[in-house]
Structures are given as structure tokens and as C-alpha cells.
Ligand binder design. Structure first.
Ligand code: ZN
Ligand code: FE
Length: 238
């Protein structure tokens, strides 16, 4: 199973997961970018996995639905265009000898889903949309701090070596915020330098992994809901 990172729009990530012949796409924001990649690699698209219904995550769905036979998978949210397979907590989907397990992780939206890819030939990989970012977390747009806090804790409980693929390239700004909160913390400083280096080389900051995020994500390092809620408010103003 290969995971291809497709940067698109201003700072979104769409992910193409594929075997030799079949592909699934996570959050196809732009149909043209996905189509081009499918053609270049001679792949048939079978699934579109949607983390949440915001336009920068589902923008390419209608066009891909017209041009492919791929099934749209997501939470039962009528804002997701052409939803074929509504999922709930623990729903499992088979794909190319691998499986995706749906984890409900609301907080940013009201119905966010994270997908855990498990396949024999590689590390588990988590696609978590705008719930957990590298060194950050999503804004509380349709829900509250308590809901997001529970979702983040659910993701933090996954094995440390679970790779993390999030919905946006916000890492540098997230780490600048972390450094401003904890100027003396060497973990954030070091991580910021390493991430800037990657970005300068034109590389994405994904994937991270759960173990690294537990050390270098200020939201996962919070020890209480109150601490988390306050930190989230300060980040909104940063
Ligand atoms: Zn969003
Ligand atoms: Fe987004």
C-alpha cells in the first residue's frame, strides 16, 4: 500500500492510497489534481473517504463521482455530496487487502471522522482531517472544547508508531504558537527548526506520528479540559 501526499488549494492535503491497481482518496478537495494522479499511475478509484463536509475537503467529490465509480464514505451528514456509505464508530471498510476503521472524532465539525488504515505491509496510518494537526488541533467551529478534548484523547490513545496524516499544512504556525507559549521548551524549538528545514526543501511536514505528537503537540500535552480550552482560545487569537 502506497500513500501519496497531494498538496492542493492554499494549504490542504489530499491523500491517495493505492495498491498496484486500485486507489482510495481521502478528502478530494480538487478533482483535477486527483484525476491527473490516477491517470499518471494507471489507477482505478474505488473509494472517497471524507473526514468532514467542509468545502476544502469535499470540493472534488461531485466531479469525481461523475467520472469514476468510486463510493463516497463518510459520517451520516447530508452536507457530504453523494454519500454512499455512512459510517459510525468502529465501522470497518475493506480496501486492497487492507482495512479502514472509522473513528468518530467531532470537535472541529459536528461529525468528523478519522480513518485508521491497517495493512500488513506497513505501519498503521491515521487520516484525521482537521481534528488533530501536526503540533496543533482544529478550531472549534461546530462543537465545543469538551467534545474536541475527548476526540484528541481518543487519537492519542493509538499506538505511538501510528503515522499521522492531517488535513492542512499548518505545522510551522502551530509550532510558532507552541514556542510563544513555552519559550524555554527545547522540544518545540527543535521541532520548529526541523519542520522549517523540511518545508524549505519543498517537503510536507506529514507524516508525523502519535508518539511524536504526544511530545510536541501543545494540545495533546494539556493535562485537563480547562487547560485545553484556554489554550485553544489563545491559539484562536494568535
Ligand atoms: Zn474543516
Ligand atoms: Fe479544512
Amino acid at each position: 500500500m502506497k500513500i501519496v501526499v497531494l498538496p492542493l488549494l492554499a494549504d490542504n492535503y489530499t491523500y491517495l492510497l493505492h495498491t498496484e491497481t486500485e486507489a482510495a482518496v481521502v478528502d478530494p478537495a480538487d478533482a483535477d489534481v486527483v484525476q491527473r494522479e490516477l491517470e499518471r499511475r494507471s489507477l482505478t478509484l474505488t473509494h472517497m473517504l471524507i473526514t468532514h463536509a467542509h468545502h476544502d475537503h469535499v470540493g472534488g467529490v461531485p466531479s469525481l463521482k461523475r467520472h469514476t465509480a468510486a463510493a463516497v464514505v463518510g459520517a451520516p451528514d447530508d452536507r457530504i455530496p453523494g454519500l454512499d456509505h455512512p459510517v459510525r464508530e468502529g465501522s470497518v471498510l475493506a480496501f486492497g487487502g487492507a482495512s479502514f476503521t472509522a473513528l468518530m472524532t467531532p470537535g472541529h465539525g459536528a461529525h468528523d471522522v478519522s480513518y485508521l488504515l491497517q495493512t500488513p505491509d506497513r505501519q498503521d496510518a491515521l487520516f484525521c482531517g482537521d481534528t488533530l494537526f501536526v503540533s496543533g488541533c482544529g478550531r472549534l467551529l461546530e462543537s465545543d472544547a469538551e467534545t474536541m478534548w475527548a476526540s484528541l484523547k481518543k487519537l492519542a490513545a493509538l499506538p505511538d508508531d501510528t503515522e499521522l496524516y492531517c488535513g492542512h499544512e499548518y505545522t510551522e504556525e502551530n509550532l510558532e504558537f507552541a514556542v510563544s507559549e513555552c519559550p524555554d521548551d527545547p522540544v518545540y524549538q527543535k521541532r520548529l527548526i526541523a519542520v522549517r528545514e523540511r518545508l524549505r526543501e519543498g517537503l510536507p511536514s506529514v507524516p508525523s506520528n502519535i508518539g511524536l505528537e504526544k511530545k510536541a503537540n501543545p494540545f495533546l500535552r494539556c493535562e485537563s479540559l480547562v487547560e485545553f480550552a484556554d489554550l485553544r482560545k489563545r491559539k484562536d487569537r494568535f
